[in-house]
Design a protein around this ligand. Structure first.
Ligand SMILES: Cc1cc2nc3c(=O)[nH]c(=O)nc-3n(C[C@H](O)[C@H](O)[C@H](O)COP(=O)(O)O)c2cc1C
Length: 527
């Protein structure tokens, strides 16, 4: 009998809520879904038919870890990661929340006043919808870290993403344990959640452990937490959710995702056993996720959720100038480089940035080499000093120091000024750091005469994304919307997983152009 209800397999693979059966008969292989009357008649009539392969329905809302989605009231396991200086804007966070996903406002580098304004705005707009704020470790300014936490607690921000931590700090522990209590059923309730972003195993261990007793005792002595909060804190992990961050834009250890995720997942299982926590731990993946295939790979490896950064910076909701978005749309995978970081300049920390169309990575590297080789700016040879002052700083070193000093004074960071006045090498570091910090601001504001100094954090993901969307409506930044891109990656991941299930059962299919970027409206016709 002929398979009159057989449908082209590509079309079926897109309909992710329907299972697919690959039926072998004497005429060949045919693909059908449960909807076809084949199941009522043909299978019984013709013993020559056999089910050669089966593909289950896989919907975007079924991807990832159920516990993670439930914990944060999400429909989809997708996070738009924090991008400093408010690049992940209130608008981006809002669009994610309104579409069943999560966004973290990029609070790093923003003043307390700006953070507070954003908190008020988001609380008013989103009310109980899920959203969060970033807390970036400030080793040089613990007071700012604590003041940021005070704000989050004051406004009852229930979720933060903790990044760049090298160890647990009093501010982070304070956020996590303030307000915990036991309910009538004897269960520990934690009002404040941390999603940790980590690329190192030793830091992940600290996040999956209870808060260090030593820090809890400091908070107790200061009267910041109660005896009950301190006691209960020893039964909960610092973070229940941890994003394993592979090679990414911004701060990165350039770890490969394929190696990092399994290790972090093994660690999660080790800590579940060790502490017997009542609530499950989850591990998500970030770094390099930009296409349906990479999203599919993450979920196939067991990621509880995925988190993106670089690709969102080219979207309309990103708070960065249009010129930078255009530059990002042209980037290919190799158009990124590691450059010295402004915040941890002296210890040689690096960030991944765009190199196409800007001289920033080369200039920043030069400054770092001078800093390492000389004990003061005066020791540098005349020609290089001239280049730094004329091209990079565009003012004299002493004038640049005056502005740097003003900046630190304004932020109440007198200790740093003192340090620099006592030591010319530190003074040089602060002036160079100030150039590095300003170069991010110039890129955000779009100062054309500073285009060659634009510091644009970004990883190879942007190149992979640009290649995937080439020729589609998503090629230009004007059409890039964070939520639409996220839905494309999620639906695309479902299709890719279905394709590989089929292939792994020995069915050959042509996978070129299987999933092209679609509008949100079109996407919903498949869900
Ligand atoms: C422009 C930019 C700024 C970023 N700033 C921060 C930040 O302030 N805090 C943070 O936790 N992560 C920051 N990140 C990292 C992202 O949140 C995310 O983890 C990362 O970009 C994911 O990797 P991908 O770039 O390959 O998508 C930044 C990334 C970019 C591209």
């Amino acid at each position: 009998m002929s398979m009159k209800n057989s449908i082209p397999v590509k079309e079926l693979l897109m309909q992710v809520s329907k299972p697919i059966f690959a039926i072998q008969n004497k005429e060949g292989l045919n693909f059908i879904t449960r909807d076809n009357d084949y199941f009522i008649n043909a299978l019984h009539e013709d013993a020559m038919h056999s089910v050669k392969a089966f593909v289950p329905a896989i919907k975007p809302e079924n991807l990832g870890d159920k516990n993670f989605k439930k914990r944060h009231s999400l429909k989809y396991p997708y996070i738009a990661g924090a991008m400093a200086n408010g690049i992940t804007s209130a608008e981006m966070v809002t669009t994610m929340a309104e579409n069943g996903m999560l966004g973290f406002l990029g609070a790093g580098g923003l003043s307390l006043k700006k953070i507070e304004e954003n908190i008020i705005k988001l609380k008013n707009t989103l009310q109980d919808k899920p959203f969060g704020f970033n807390l970036i470790h400030s080793p040089g300014d613990p007071a700012h870290e604590m003041a940021t936490v005070d704000l989050y607690l004051k406004y009852n921000i229930k979720l933060i993403s903790a990044a760049a931590f090298m160890r647990m700090t009093p501010a982070l522990v304070f956020y996590r344990i303030k307000g915990i209590y036991k309910n009538n059923q004897g269960e520990i309730v934690t009002p404040h959640h941390i999603i940790a972003k980590v690329s190192r195993i030793e830091i992940a261990r600290q996040f999956f452990s209870p808060p260090p007793e030593k820090l809890v005792n400091i908070l107790l002595e200061k009267g910041l937490v109660s005896n009950q909060e301190a006691e209960l804190s020893q039964h909960i992990p610092m973070a229940q959710d941890l994003t394993a961050e592979a090679d990414s834009g911004g701060h990165t250890d350039n770890r490969p995702a394929l190696a990092l995720l399994p290790t972090m997942m093994a660690l999660k299982n080790e800590f579940i056993k060790k502490y017997n926590y009542k609530e499950p731990l989850c591990v998500g993946l970030a770094g390099g996720i930009a296409t349906p295939q990479s999203a599919a790979a993450a979920f196939s490896m067991g990621a509880a959720y995925i988190l993106t950064g670089s690709i969102n910076q080219s979207c309309i909701e990103a708070e960065i100038c249009e010129d930078v978005k255009k530059m990002l749309c042209l980037a290919e995978q190799a158009d990124v480089a590691m450059a010295p970081a402004a915040d941890m300049f002296e210890i040689g920390a690096k960030v991944q940035v765009l190199k196409r169309g800007t001289m920033f990575p080369v200039r920043a590297e030069k400054l770092y080499k001078f800093y390492k080789s000389y004990n003061s700016f005066d020791e540098i040879d005349e020609k290089s000093k001239q280049e730094i002052q004329e091209k990079f700083l565009q003012t004299s070193f002493e004038d640049a120091w005056k502005s740097t000093k003003d900046f630190f004074q304004k932020n109440g960071n007198i200790k740093e000024i003192q340090r620099a006045q006592d030591d010319p090498k530190t003074k040089m570091a602060l002036v160079f750091r100030s150039y590095l910090g300003l170069s991010s601001k110039w890129a955000i504001q779009g100062i054309p005469q500073r285009k060659m100094d634009y510091q644009i954090w970004c990883g190879p993901a942007i190149g992979a994304f640009n290649q995937w969307v080439k020729g589609s409506f998503l090629e230009t930044h004007e059409n890039r919307k964070t939520d639409e891109i996220a839905l494309n990656l999620l639906l695309g991941a479902c299709i890719c997983i279905r394709v590989s299930i089929l292939k792994n059962q020995g069915v050959e299919i042509e996978d070129a152009d299987l999933f092209k970027p679609m509008s949100k409206k079109e996407i919903f016709t498949f869900l």
